[in-house]
Design a protein around this ligand. Structure first.
Ligand code: ADP
Ligand code: MG
Length: 252
């Protein structure tokens, strides 16, 4: 993915195994978010392709990808601040009969039944995330971490296959970070979600992700278990530059 002369993603090739929680790390400007934006349909790549289960999905819109079960969350949460948490969740499912005004006039029973179904699903998500105490709270009043949790909850309103998380843990306190981590693990194990997550916190990455892919300057630098890439010389150098390589603990 090139922007004029800038090669934001430069021949990087990654493969995310079905059922995995794959981590994507790298110094600022490495091209991680751009790669996500290409995969999730926000940019059409200058060259190269994106495949989902062998199907070429290059250039499909985020909306089309959503229907294929490919979802992403944003680094900055996208909540509707004047709607409650439950209402935010209920906004997600597509193709609701209620969206068509004619349906509301001519098939009110179907609309009501569908709304009940969506509400029940939203309540199940609220239970799963253990946030019943904020179900009726305006989303705008949530803490930063709770908003991230709501972002994750939005992916649970449909049957997602693969979810891309862009720094879901950034700016989140420890307790809530653990809650988010547990939710990700359970979604992976119990619902079969595949995840690819950009994250900076190496402890969080180490607990959740295998493998971890490292990008730098638009390219893939390394891939492997968290401990391995953490000890990788090229990775340490990419983060710290020469001279500081004896302080690998500084990668975080
Ligand atoms: P990361 O998420 O790893 O920090 P980004 O993907 O945001 O990195 O950015 C990679 C490089 O591409 C940076 O040099 C950034 O300035 C550049 N870049 C990202 N998006 C654009 C854009 N829309 N136009 C021009 N340059 C961009
Ligand atoms: Mg980024």
């Amino acid at each position: 993915m090139h922007f004029g002369g800038i090669r934001a993603v430069d021949g990087a090739s990654i493969r995310i195994a079905e059922g995995s929680i794959t981590g994507l790390i790298g110094p600022n400007g490495a091209g991680k978010s751009t790669l996500f934006n290409v995969i999730a349909g926000h940019y059409r790549p200058t060259s190269g392709s994106v495949r989902l289960d062998g199907e070429d999905i290059t250039g499909l819109s985020p909306h089309e990808l959503f229907h294929k079960g490919l979802l992403r969350t944003f680094q900055t949460a996208h909540e509707f601040s004047t709607l409650t948490v439950r209402e935010n969740l209920m906004m997600v499912p597509a193709d609701q009969p209620g969206e068509a005004l004619l349906n509301a006039w001519f098939r009110p029973a179907a609309v009501r039944a569908r709304e009940e179904e969506v509400r029940a699903r939203a309540d199940a998500v609220i239970d799963f995330l253990e946030i019943p105490h904020v179900a009726d709270e305006y989303a705008g009043n949530l803490s930063g971490g709770q908003k991230k949790l709501l972002e994750l909850g939005r992916t649970m309103m449909v049957d997602a296959k693969i979810v891309f998380l862009d720094e879901v843990g950034a700016g989140v306190n420890r307790t809530l970070l653990n809650t988010i981590g547990d939710a990700i693990l359970r979604l992976n194990r119990e619902r079969g979600y595949t995840f690819c997550m950009i994250e900076h916190d190496m402890d969080f990455i180490g607990r959740l992700c295998d493998p971890v892919i490292v990008m730098a300057e638009g390219k893939v630098l390394a891939e492997g278990p968290a401990d391995e890439v953490r000890a990788n010389e090229a990775v340490i150098e990419a983060y710290l530059g020469r001279g500081l390589r004896n302080k690998p603990g500084a990668i975080a």
